[in-house]
Ligand binder design. Structure first.
Ligand code: ASP
Length: 365
């Protein structure tokens, strides 16, 4: 209790790194342990100075000013060590994050993940598949300018993510950035300079934050009804290839060699590729060996269809149509589906069916 007010919401903020908490160093911006926590403590919109910074389980506990009468959000911050530029993220970091979220699922109303923007959509996609049966909101956010800078986008992004996770809980893995809440496995980083860094080309935002928070109810998924299970087994042997005119058989042959287990093939337009016998034979041979080759379009919008002979030829060579998956979501889904082979005994037929079935809203059905 703070005076007569009732604190209604408890969140956990998991800080993995990224520009939001970076400081300039001799070789450019880099993560700085503890810097974000200090800035949050001194930012009145993020922590009410009238309330002392608390502590729970060794983690700092912050309290926002009221969003509305009597409605504050309390949030602990779990800061990972070392903090990372998200360009340095590995599959082991996803596993740790997913395990922590699974372990702490029942202790909080929702979760905010602070993350660098560079690989945020890969992580959002991976978490959406790894966190089976997760019934709480997981909102990823970050910034193009650190919170410690006078003019920044970090404050709006962090406050918006906290507000959405606490007051408009959507039981999905989402990404909040520049006033919009996007489904995490549909988002893409489309701008390296603008503060409007992400879009979701094949699915409208789940919510927009203007004067009011406007939810797009028709798009929000019901809570995943499966029992909670965190799937951390991912194959690291996945790759991607953006087709280009004149690609040689030797290049493709090398890429398809073991240890490759899965390939995201970024094709032209509605899923087309060259009808060259040498390339098609290599694709057929690899897919017969068990390599999963998933066809996604190079275009930023639209999906793989079987309208053209040049697309059918790929399908006949064993290439799997990936609908309107983004290439980032396709990579994460392939890694997960391949990783389950040993532990869940999924056969190729099951894997192909799962790749072509929406698991958490990542593709249009
Ligand atoms: N390189 C940074 C990162 O991804 C960029 C950012 O956060 O905006 O960690």
């Amino acid at each position: 209790m703070i005076g007569a007010e009732v604190i209604q919401h408890n969140l956990l903020v998991l800080h993995t790194g990224g520009t939001i908490g970076m400081r300039p160093g001799p070789r450019g911006f880099a993560p700085s342990q503890g810097a974000l926590l200090k800035t949050i403590a001194g930012t009145p919109q993020l922590h009410d100075p009238a309330v002392g910074v608390g502590e729970r389980g060794g983690r700092p506990l912050f309290t926002t000013p009221p969003f509305a009468a009597g409605v504050r959000v309390r949030y602990e911050v779990l800061e990972y060590a070392p903090l990372l530029d998200s360009a340095n993220l590995e599959l082991s970091h996803w596993a740790r994050l997913a395990e922590d979220l699974g372990r702490l699922h029942d202790h909080y109303d929702g979760f905010v993940v602070l993350h660098g923007t560079d690989t945020m959509v890969f992580t959002a996609s991976a978490l959406s598949f790894m966190l089976e049966g997760f019934a709480k909101p997981v909102v990823l956010t970050g910034a193009q300018i650190p919170l410690g800078r006078l003019r920044n986008d970090a404050l709006g992004n962090l406050l918006g993510a906290i507000e959405i996770a606490a007051l408009h809980p959507i039981p999905e893995v989402t990404l909040f950035f520049h006033h919009r809440l996007l489904r995490g496995n549909r988002a893409r980083k489309h701008d390296a300079s603008s503060l409007d860094a992400f879009d979701s080309p094949n699915l409208p935002p789940l919510a927009t934050v203007g004067i009011h928070v406007q939810l797009n109810d028709a798009l929000i998924l019901p809570a995943d009804p499966r029992p909670l299970r965190v799937r951390t087994e991912l194959s690291p042997h996945v790759g991607s290839l953006r087709l280009y005119p004149g690609i040689t058989g030797a290049v493709l042959e090398n890429l398809l060699r073991p240890p490759l287990e899965g390939l995201v093939l970024e094709t032209y337009g509605a899923g087309n590729g060259p009808e060259r016998a040498d390339l098609l034979a290599l694709l057929r041979e690899a897919s017969t060996r068990g390599v999963l080759i998933l066809n996604v379009t190079q275009c930023s919008r639209g999906h793989v269809r079987g309208d053209y002979q040049a697309g059918r030829a790929l399908a006949e060579a064993g290439v799997i149509a990936g609908g309107d998956l983004t290439s980032e979501a396709a990579m994460a889904k392939l890694a997960l589906v391949l990783g389950q082979r040993a532990c869940s005994g999924w056969t190729r037929d099951v894997q192909v069916r799962l790749l072509q079935t929406p698991l958490r809203g990542e593709m249009s059905g």
